[in-house]
Design a protein. Sequence first.
Length: 145
Amino acid sequence: MTTSSTNIDYSAPYARPVKDGNWFQRSEAWLDARGKGAWIAAMVLGFIFVWPVGLALLAYMIWSKRMFSGNCASKRAHHTAHRGALRPSGNSAFDAYKADTLRRLEDEQNNFEEFLKRLREAKDKAEFDQFMEDRADRTAHDTQD
């Protein structure tokens, strides 16, 4: 018997939190919480004891992009924090303020990205114009010689 508020199995001999997901998801979360070093250590131990397990871990790390990215735990924390920002809190005034603030921040981000795009385009145009002037000068200098 579990309660939804605490997620504790009270029928167990020692009451403890109920684990969500299967063993693979739990072990993946455990390794993610400890970072890339834990993934690499698990892969090396897999190669030492049973080489196909190490090979499978290496393939999984490359396929899931864990091998070449930053810290797994920070990404998971960022993802869950971002997802939590979209959930309603139950306080309608706060939810309206939060929605307005998020909308305002998204507008500012879009405006800044448009500004950067215009800035890059202006820089590209200036570089291209300089190239064309240099080319015209070289062509004029070559025709004089």
